[in-house]
Design a protein. Structure first.
Lengths: 356, 372
């Protein structure tokens, strides 16, 4: 049931208040005046210059190159966490999926599945974060959709973003292109996003506040491509989100049919991530990241690519963590600091905290 | 990281490995009791470092693995009830009962929650007075004090909707059972450091004397394990060389004292009483577990929900019992990696990351997996 009373303009982000309610009601998804007001008074002002014209589909002009297309749904709980919220996650995550194909993102769509009763200022806050993230990344949100489902049928808010970008001429990046000998570079510290989410979701205080690493990576990828004469020396890119570094490298190893050797001591794991994971019995190599990428690069050019990455803030912590090999195709092997090896495999489902 | 990096130093590890290899005049067969130690040995490749000098037999110290099938079925029955919020540590959710696991119960609408402490479960009980909240109290002496505290806390708060499904097990009776078996191959034990942090070392002296077997209380980091093995090899060599009697040593003094945590021990003595326990894959071991004292019967989920009668048979295909007794290496089991995988585990040792079979599967050697 909607709450009665007028919206207080002092804590509202829109130029015009929505009528009669501070919370989402079923009518906001009904396609009528409430729906229109939600778009006109909440989403479009929040998206600002990143927002598009209200029409059924966006029409884009594309010049040269091949088109990259991706979609991703965001169902994170809680909606807000240290360093970000579901909104910038939904923008950056989809941009990063495009970037890992070597594409420069042009446009995003945004679909919202909203649970009846969600506070409008929560939605407004998230929409504003999306608008800012898109505008900071130089990407437009060109079309969208809003549905409202009954109380209990969703967990506050789900967002789907699809992304559209152009792969420049000559760029051929793909998980099937890794070659034996490739150097494997990770763009910075791993595990920060997953631990940030866990600390707020489970109410566990790890002594320091870990913030999400959520960031768009398309400019980093552009800088990597600009650092080499022939863009084909960058073979494969992957953003290690769910399943972490392990899932990202296993997928590339399997798709390319190469083996992967990770030098465990070189993987950059911040102390707070290591201690949180140690405490819960989780493997930091399998914890999610939202602003990192893993690159498989021709070894003759890896230093140039690494230097270009380190020159950008989102790649400042980039290091070479391993290499692709001919042996054990499809398999990732970690070399421990003790000189021993172990096979690294993805979890069956999500990682489960251990009893002791 | 302070207090961790010092115990993961590769240079120090190398000199410990060399010291062990120098002093070992023969290949020794030793058992690490605790699942956490098994995990660390396999993850860091300590068994590879000591190959030829020391053979590790992975003992029955994974709480998930030894919790009997019927106890899992009791948990599943309770968790399926509409009026129950069932709380558990994460890695119990994937352990197969005779028909399903707790994840399946949750997918069918059961309210099954992962918590990080039994005290979280008492908080859930206080917040949901119209629901029965049950915590699955499994584990060894390490986890038992927190479970005892949850009962004391619930009593203090006057909670009538909180109960504990108890399946606690004890390390010394399991070691006695292994040493008494005619098939025993264990020549020395690494005792579980965190169990001894709670209980002290007093229970192990009588085992050393009775079976004339050296025992070294050992920690979990690579250097802790190597130092424990170094001392154990030294003791085993001394026994063999000059016939000196076996000794108990503490190689984990930064966490373990002789008397242990007396406050925790008092809570345990107050809340629990010793009982016979079924060990999954091994069978009945007398006086090898704890159950709630009759004084706290109102917090006993088995009584509250009348599930004590549920009894079931283990799968005959699963050789977890032999693995847990050190008679079979996980990868020697005919089902390993074929009919038994983490996706379709036949037994609990393939479920928890502390379980010997799962540890072998997860960190399995290059050679064996290349052939798989």
């Amino acid at each position: 049931m909607p709450e009665a009373g007028q919206v207080d303009p002092s804590n509202w982000v829109c130029p015009l208040p929505l009528r009669e309610t501070k919370r989402i009601v079923m009518g906001h998804g009904g396609g009528g005046i409430l729906s229109e007001e939600l778009i006109e008074n909440l989403f479009l002002p929040a998206f600002g210059s990143a927002g598009g014209v209200s029409r059924d589909s966006a029409v884009l002009t594309v010049l040269g190159g091949r088109i990259a297309l991706t979609t991703d749904s965001y169902v994170v709980n809680p909606l807000f966490f240290p360093g970000g919220n579901i909104g910038d996650l939904a923008v950056n995550g989809t941009i990063n999926d495009l970037a890992c194909s070597g594409a420069q993102p042009l446009a995003l769509t945004a679909g919202f599945i909203i649970e009846e009763g969600l506070e409008l200022d929560v939605l407004g806050n998230i929409a504003q974060t999306m608008g800012k993230a898109a505008s900071d990344a130089g990407v437009a949100i060109v079309t969208g959709d809003t549905k409202v489902v009954g109380k209990g049928s969703a967990d506050g808010l789900f967002i789907n973003t699809a992304g559209f970008g152009v792969v420049p001429e000559g760029v051929r990046i793909g998980p099937e292109r890794a070659r034996p000998g490739d150097h494997i570079i990770v763009s910075g510290n791993i595990g920060e996003h997953g631990v940030a989410i866990m600390s707020v979701r489970e109410g566990i205080d790890f002594g320091t506040t870990m913030t999400t690493d959520s960031a768009p990576l398309h400019r980093l990828v552009a800088a990597m491509l600009a650092a080499v004469d022939d863009p084909n020396v960058i073979h494969a890119l992957r953003d290690p989100t769910r399943g972490g570094l392990v899932a990202a490298t296993v997928e590339i190893a399997r798709t390319s049919g190469v083996g992967v050797e990770l030098d465990e001591a070189k993987v950059p794991i911040p102390e707070s991530v290591a201690s949180a994971c140690g405490f819960l019995g989780l493997d930091p190599l399998q914890v999610a990241n939202e602003g990192k990428l893993v690159a498989f690069v021709d070894p003759a050019h890896s230093e140039a690519v690494l230097a270009a990455m380190q020159a950008r803030p989102e790649g400042a912590g980039a290091v070479i963590i391993g290499r692709a090999v001919e042996e054990h195709p499809g398999m990732v092997v970690a070399r421990t600091p003790f000189g021993t090896t172990r096979v690294v495999e993805r979890e069956l489902g999500e990682q489960l905290p251990r009893i002791c | 990281m302070k207090y961790l990096d010092e115990f993961r130093d590769p240079v120090a590890a190398k000199s410990l490995v060399e010291a062990i290899r120098r002093s070992a005049s023969q290949p020794w067969t030793i058992m690490e009791v605790c699942g956490g130690q098994t995990h660390s040995i396999i993850r860091n490749g300590i068994d590879q470092l000591l190959d030829g000098a020391v053979e590790f037999i992975h003992g029955p110290g994974c709480p998930v693995c030894v919790t009997p099938l019927e106890m899992i079925d009791r948990a599943l029955e309770i968790a399926s009830r509409d009026d129950v919020i069932f709380c558990s540590f994460g890695d119990m959710l994937r352990v197969p009962g005779s028909k399903q696991d707790l994840f399946s119960v949750r997918a069918r609408g059961g309210d099954v929650r992962i918590v990080y402490s039994p005290l979280d479960a008492t908080r859930v009980a206080a917040e949901n007075p119209d629901k029965q909240v049950v915590f699955f109290g499994v584990g060894f002496e390490t986890t038992a004090p927190a479970n005892a505290m949850s009962v004391l806390h619930a009593k203090r708060l006057g909670l009538t909707n909180f109960s504990l499904l108890v399946s606690h097990v004890l390390v010394p009776p399991a070691m006695t059972a292994i040493l008494s078996a005619p098939t025993n191959r264990v020549q020395g034990f690494l005792a579980a450091g965190h169990v001894c942090t709670v209980m002290g070392t007093g229970e192990y002296g009588p085992l050393v004397e009775k079976f004339n077997i050296p025992i070294v209380v050992t920690g979990f980091e690579p250097l802790d394990l190597l130092e424990g093995v170094r001392q154990l090899v030294e003791l085993m060599e001394a026994c063999q060389r000059d016939g000196s009697s076996a000794e108990l040593r503490n190689a984990y003094p930064r966490a373990v004292t002789d008397i242990g945590n007396t406050v925790a021990q008092q809570a345990l003595a107050d809340v629990f009483v010793v009982t016979d326990r079924q060990w999954r894959g091994i069978g009945m071991i007398p006086q090898s577990g704890w159950t709630l004292s009759p004084r706290y019967a109102e917090f006993d989920a088995e009584l509250k929900f009348g599930v004590g009668h549920l009894e079931v048979q283990e799968s005959a295909e699963c050789h977890a019992g032999e693995v847990l007794q050190g008679l079979l290496k996980p990868n020697e089991c005919p089902a390993f990696g074929s009919t038994c995988t983490p996706r379709n585990p036949l037994g609990a040792t393939m479920v928890s990351s502390e379980g010997a079979c799962a540890a072998y599967y997860q960190f399995r050697r290059l050679e064996s997996s290349a052939n798989a």
